[in-house]
Write a protein that binds this ligand. Sequence first.
Ligand code: PBG
Length: 329
Amino acid sequence: MTTDHDAPFFRGRRLRRTASIRDLVRETDVRPQDLIQPYFVVDTEDPSFDRPIGSMPGQSQLCVNKLEERVAAAVDMGLKSLILFGIPKTKDEFASEGFAENGIVQQAVRALKKRFPSLVVMTDVCLCEYTSHGHCGIIKDEYVQNDPTLSILSKIALSHAAAGADVVAPSDMMDGRVAAIRAGLDRAGYRELPIMSYAVKYASAFYGPFRDAAESAPQFGDRNSYQMDPSNWREGLREAAADVQEGADMLMVKPGLPYLDMIRLLRDRFDLPLAAYQVSGEYSMIKAAAGNGWIDEQRVVMESLTSIKRAGADLILTYFAEDFLKWNK
Ligand code: PBG
């Protein structure tokens, strides 16, 4: 008898006694190939444009040249995939630069795929970076119009495909966009190009820093009539089911850490690969606290990424992807 009383109890500490035993029973790992680094690329004549984003320490708006340099360093460290957001020279009501053959994302995709053929280059498909009003769709009577937006989304996706994108990722939250994009791609012969849909995307205040980074804040109103109410989970299941039915190849939950329940629900109910987006506000909160010396940045990042994977995500879009590769080199 090793105890001074007889009641049996569970000795969970046996498997936590040494680092080697803990390694042996670890259930979740974050692998370099699980991470997708987002980049912001700017249409500019300045070949050395690299403007740090104030609200996202460590992230920059980059010209194509500087993007290539930064991606080269990341690829050297083991980066396997990235997602591009574009900041165009001009914006209009119809997001014309979003589907221009020589638009900024199209230029960046061509440059990156030429230099890094095996890198998985994903593109965010949305209108908000390209519209003068900053909304993710066409506006009429101060309301974002669903159906007229679909053909534009489809054109944007097609132009990314033509430039050589490996995956297109619609983030607009219009109804029917996966079907519209799929049909457009198939008609043009891109039958094998996958769609990763931002299926369960909440109207989140955690996107705050991103809207500075992508210069895409709505000029009036908010996104509550198309992005989801943070209170709802059953609605998220309906959104995911619709996207699966329309032909999505991968699903996404966004933001990440505040919505771990949705990641778990989708993992349990759908068999498609599942991504989670650790968004700008999640990044900036960690950076700010770490910058103040209040938390251990590396440990908090590893813990948050591990938690997102433990909840059921296969892939994580995260601004910490480069840092993760650096730390785990
Ligand atoms: C575009 C889009 C947004 C994000 C990704 N795609 C912003 C938004 O919906 O307002 C947010 C990403 C982040 O916060 O890191 N619709």
